[in-house]
Design a protein around this ligand. Structure first.
Ligand code: ADE
Ligand code: ZN
Length: 324
């Protein structure tokens, strides 16, 4: 099974670039930038990666991002992830970034996107890994702050394929961002949103009907609403599911309880993704392997999951055919 997974051509659709910051790189960047981390060493930092829910993870994740200061830092971060893509046979990836996390710390939009974009260009050329870039709004901040971020992104619009919505879900429903998503779509951005990770199924309806998103990030709580599952199935609305993330953030008590195969067998377009792999203990192959180990996923099911990602990605149809 391991070699089958390693050889399977994969597409990743749910990956926060800030969530690929491995402790080793965090320490290297801290040293380069004269920053002292509140951890003795790499092992000490890894020990802190013990989360009880989404918020306990986010607190550490936003703190970790503090070592990212220069364009070169964002380049190095993105490049390290793209090298992992090649290692895991990820042929195409659609990457989230959180500009507000960096703008709030006084880092320019140009510094953040300049580093990420240059690495993506080099990744296409040197590693043969194609990519899209999705700018996320932090949902614990105001819609006004999201509008300011959208405004700052406009000089770089050609490098950004879509907008997304992430951070603390419960209490921050998608409709809080109705106007900024409408504006973004009017400007030509595609739209996705995290919904139904910790939040209820109603947030998924909200993302689809109010924000008019074309995919749902996570979405696993859709099972609480049979009408919603019927709609996702009928319209082939993709869910970008993240098994190891769901386990680490205790969305499911154990991997054996995960509902991804149940959704797959119901005809929902579910896909496998790594979310924040440096924090959750695994990249793409590890996420596929977890489904084989704990849910007894068959090769045929894993292949269907990989094909769903090809269907759900934003590549032109001609380029998708090469991945099937
Ligand atoms: N930001 C990074 N990872 C996230 C997740 N799993 N949910 C919400 N926001 C995030
Ligand atoms: Zn996510």
């Amino acid at each position: 099974m391991e070699s089958f997974i390693a050889g399977l051509p994969k597409v990743e659709l749910h990956l926060h670039i800030e969530g690929t910051l491995e402790p080793e790189l965090a320490f290297a960047l801290a040293e380069r930038n004269g920053i002292t981390l509140p951890y003795a060493d790499v092992a000490d930092l890894r020990v802190a990666y013990d989360f009880s829910n989404l918020q306990s993870f986010l607190d550490l994740y936003y703190q970790g991002a503090g070592v990212l200061q220069t364009e070169q830092d964002f380049y190095d971060l993105t490049w390290a992830y793209l090298m992992r893509c090649r290692q895991d046979r990820v042929m195409h990836t659609e990457i989230f970034f959180d500009p507000q996390t960096h703008l709030e710390r006084g880092i320019d939009f140009a510094t953040v996107i300049g580093g990420i974009h240059s690495a993506l260009v080099a990744g296409r050329k040197t590693l043969g890994v194609s990519s899209c870039l999705i700018m996320c709004f932090l949902r614990h901040l105001s819609e006004e702050s999201a509008f300011e971020t959208l405004e700052k992104s406009l000089p770089f619009k050609a490098w950004i394929d879509g907008v997304g919505l992430d951070s603390s879900e419960v209490g921050n429903p998608p409709h809080k961002f109705t106007r900024v998503f409408a504006k973004a779509r009017e400007l030509g951005f595609r739209a996705v949103a995290h919904a139904g990770e910790e939040g209820p199924a109603s947030y998924i309806w909200d993302a689809l009907d109010v924000l008019k998103t074309e995919r749902i990030d996570h979405g696993v709580r859709c099972v609480e609403d049979p009408l919603l599952v019927a709609r996702l199935t009928a319209e082939r609305i993709p869910l970008t599911v993240c098994p190891l993330s769901n386990l680490k953030l205790r969305v499911f008590d154990s991997m054996a309880d995960h509902n991804i195969l149940e959704l797959l067998d119901k005809g929902v377009c579910v896909t496998v993704n790594s979310d924040d792999p440096a924090y959750f203990g695994g990249y793409m192959n590890d996420n596929y392997q977890a489904l084989a180990d704990s849910l007894m996923a068959s090769k045929e099911q894993l292949r269907r999951l990989a094909l769903n990602s090809v269907e759900a990605c934003w590549l032109p149809e001609k380029e998708k055919d090469v991945l099937r």
